[in-house]
Design a protein around this ligand. Structure first.
Ligand code: ZN
Length: 243
């Protein structure tokens, strides 16, 4: 009888150790996982809505940096589907040209209105990517992350909790052909997959074939498929701020 109890006890201990070890390995796996912050700027509700099923098919979450004066129905739909609503200013203005009052009215005051209506915004992208150290200092009192728009930047995930980060534009304007695009994307994805726990922000605008400031459907699908094949994760900005 005593022998049986000892065997049972041993089995329970073994299983507990295995489960705890598994949890630890899973945590390390999550921490080391690299990935992409895919973002869509300005406001292009119809084409963004069309892409929702594609995002769901691959289980990916993206961030929409919107120019809005107040929340609209689409914000709640996005939120419901697990994507992030981020801000791009009430209007699409060059922030270094604004007075302090105008900056307040365009990027700080609206946060309260969104919050009151159930939408917590913690990420901001400068229109045209133009910013100054003074603007960063002011806006970081209200946002966790401020995003630029000029070039690729690969950052450890933990750096995505607070501060200014750059983003790489992937619009058709920069990569006119599918081949150009695939070559550029392959390069970024390879770099990401070779390093542990890093991310890069990629952004575009409308999802429409041939749009200068936007992305062709085939290009978007290539990016999502390829990242998925390479085991890269898609993150929202908020997700990394909270981890
Ligand atoms: Zn913009």
């Amino acid at each position: 009888m005593r022998k049986k109890i000892l065997i049972l006890l041993g089995a329970v201990l073994f299983l507990t150790a295995a489960v705890l070890g598994g949890i630890k390995l899973y945590r390390i796996h999550l921490r080391d996982q690299s990935g992409i912050l895919l973002a869509f700027d300005d406001y292009n509700e119809p084409t963004w809505r069309e892409a929702m099923d594609l995002f769901d098919e691959y289980g990916i979450k993206v961030t929409f940096f919107m120019n809005l004066t107040e929340p609209i129905d689409f914000c709640y739909e996005i939120k419901e589907r697990g994507h992030e609503i981020a801000y791009h200013g009430a209007y699409h203005l060059s922030f270094p040209d604004l007075t302090e009052e105008e900056v307040y009215a365009n990027a700080i005051a609206p946060l309260e209105l969104f919050r009151e209506k159930g939408i917590e915004i913690t990420t901001f992208a400068y229109p045209y990517g133009s910013h100054t150290d003074e603007l960063d200092e002011l806006l970081l009192q209200h946002y966790n992350i401020l995003r630029g728009a000029y070039h690729k930047e690969i950052n450890p995930k933990y750096k995505m909790r607070h501060g200014f980060v750059e983003a790489m534009p992937i619009d058709n304007h920069y990569y006119p052909t599918q081949e150009d695009f695939e070559a550029a994307i392959d390069e970024v994805l390879n770099e990401l997959s070779q390093t542990k726990g890093v991310v890069a922000c990629l952004y575009t605008h409308v999802i429409s074939d041939g749009a200068d400031w936007g992305i062709d459907w085939a290009k978007l699908e290539y990016l999502i498929k390829k990242a998925d094949e390479m085991g890269l994760q898609f993150y929202t900005f908020k997700e990394l701020q909270e981890n």
